[in-house]
Design a protein around this ligand. Structure first.
Ligand SMILES: [Zn+2]
Length: 311
């Protein structure tokens, strides 16, 4: 991030924690989402669920084994244990299964139980692995197919998108301008802002993830998920507009008890977990216009490859 940027805009009450929930796999949608709905209900917490709509080709991650550093990460996160071998092989040795489109009833429960739902991807792996190489028409069709699938499930078009792996580009941002979104969450950063591309300030605000994720932290700086969540809470309490991203496959699976403990501690520390839409509304209600920043790329500790972020 640029060092000459003025300080992050303060939050008048400082009591919110934006919760972004990514759903990346068929099993995550089937098992992780109901588990998360139960955990969030126990704490009266809300969040924004971003659904991968189309094929679960997470097995293509196996190809990444050839990339330096990836095997270490697979070991750290114990991917086969977390995701199950069916998921690790999905779309490679075994046929790809659909994700949200296979579970419309579970998807609708998200909204019925007071949360927000948006589009994560049509084909998560394809976006994450090859966005810079996709032709422009393919970028548009990935976004549009996600939108059409969402509309079929919910009977209304999505109001928010969140790019897989926090990876977006000017073509995707420009197309999202046409989709009538309230906001998007395509990048890492410190606070909500308006992206600037090719000298033009877009009207769709970005609500960035501001905190490290569990898979980035485990096996690195932290011995346990509990130690990670304690550190994340301490960090969140220092941020005016904190956004934590969790995953249906991890915090809705083997780390459900750690999330439960974290949400209890966050409540006792005076932070209410809300949708990203609510966080943005609170920011806009301060009356100070959002800052406008050029989008670029950076690196995150514990994560392979570049992520989008304001420069
Ligand atoms: Zn994802």
């Amino acid at each position: 991030m640029a060092g000459d940027r003025p300080g992050v805009h303060p939050a008048p009450d400082g009591r919110l924690l934006g919760l972004r929930i990514d759903v990346d796999t068929h099993d995550g949608m089937r098992d992780g989402v109901p588990s998360l709905l139960a955990t969030l209900a126990r704490h009266k917490a809300r969040g924004t669920f971003y659904l991968s709509m189309g094929p679960d080709r997470s097995g293509l991650a196996v190809r990444n084994l050839l990339r330096p550093g990836f095997l270490a990460k697979m070991r750290r996160t114990r991917a086969a244990r977390l995701y199950g071998w069916r998921t690790v092989l999905s779309g490679t040795l075994l046929p790809a299964r659909p994700i949200a489109t296979a579970f419309p009833v579970i998807a609708r429960r998200i909204v019925e139980e007071g949360h927000e739902a948006g589009v994560h991807a049509w084909d998560h792996r394809r976006w994450q692995d090859s966005l810079p190489r996709l032709p422009a028409c393919e970028v548009v069709s990935q976004l549009d197919r996600g939108r059409e699938a969402f509309d079929r499930i919910f009977g209304t078009p999505p109001k928010t998108y969140a790019a897989p792996a926090w990876l977006t580009d000017e073509r995707a941002l420009a197309h999202q301008e046409k989709l009538g979104l309230t906001y998007a969450s395509d990048c890492r950063g410190e606070e909500p802002f308006l992206p600037v591309i090719a000298g033009r300030t877009l009207r769709t605000p970005q609500v960035p993830t501001t905190l490290p994720t569990l898979d980035e932290a485990l096996g690195g700086r932290f011995e346990s998920a509990g130690a990670y969540f304690d550190a994340v809470l301490a960090q969140a309490l220092l941020q005016p507009w904190p956004v934590l991203t969790i995953h249906a496959e991890t915090e809705g699976g083997p780390y459900a008890a750690d999330l439960d403990t974290f949400l209890g501690k966050a409540t006792r520390a005076g932070r209410r977990s809300v949708t990203l839409g609510e966080l943005l509304a609170a920011r806009l209600a301060t009356g100070t216009p959002l800052p406008a920043w050029q989008m670029g790329y950076g690196e995150i500790d514990g994560r392979h490859g570049r992520v989008s972020q304001p420069l």
